[in-house]
Design a binder for this molecule. Structure first.
Ligand code: THU
Length: 162
């Protein structure tokens, strides 16, 4: 019997001043998206922004529904919009932010499993790591270089081919 151990890495910075201008802008756009999230059921407002290799940026936010599973996360709204409008252009980076008045979100929010899987799809497609920036109610920001750090042992298209 062999136990394999995997490690993941993320970098924490104390605030947006530690980011490049591009990353700062991306984070700002995610906060703008967060402000118009439609989250009347959870009151958990999430915003996402996606920067493509051609430098176009797409925003998304969570869209909830009275039939709960019909809603969708911010990350997927942003990523799918980018891919729908600019298919095949690699995604360079994604910023995800969240805020709620219900409790204090002192750590950055990390994408749910379904969103990780979707991000993985586009990273595999381009073959280039996607940089993921995360922030919650505090100044602290987490930076993750590549989806394998969020979704180790991921399922991907290659698994469908013999
Ligand atoms: N949500 C996101 O938008 N992104 C995530 O990665 C986690 C969860 C949304 C879905 C739902 O509208 C609300 O947050 C509570 O789960």
């Amino acid at each position: 019997m062999i136990t394999h151990t995997l490690s993941v890495a993320y970098t924490e910075v104390s605030g947006p001043d530690n980011l490049s201008d591009q990353d700062k802008d991306l984070l700002q756009l995610a906060w703008e998206a967060c402000d118009s999230a439609y989250a009347p059921y959870s009151n958990f407002h999430v915003g996402a922004s996606v920067r493509l290799a051609n430098d176009l940026v797409f925003k998304g936010n969570n869209q909830e529904n009275a039939a709960y599973p019909s809603g969708i996360c911010a990350e997927r709204v942003a990523v799918f919009s980018a891919s729908a409008l600019h298919p095949g252009i690699p995604i360079r980076s994604i910023a995800v932010v969240a805020r709620t008045e219900v409790f204090n979100l002192s750590v950055p929010v990390t994408p749910c499993g379904a969103c990780r899987q979707v991000i993985a799809e586009y990273e595999m497609l381009s073959g280039q790591p996607i940089r993921i920036l995360l922030q919650g109610n505090s100044e602290k920001i987490w930076i993750i270089d590549g989806i394998a750090n969020l979704l180790p042992l991921m399922f991907h298209g290659g698994d469908l081919k013999k």
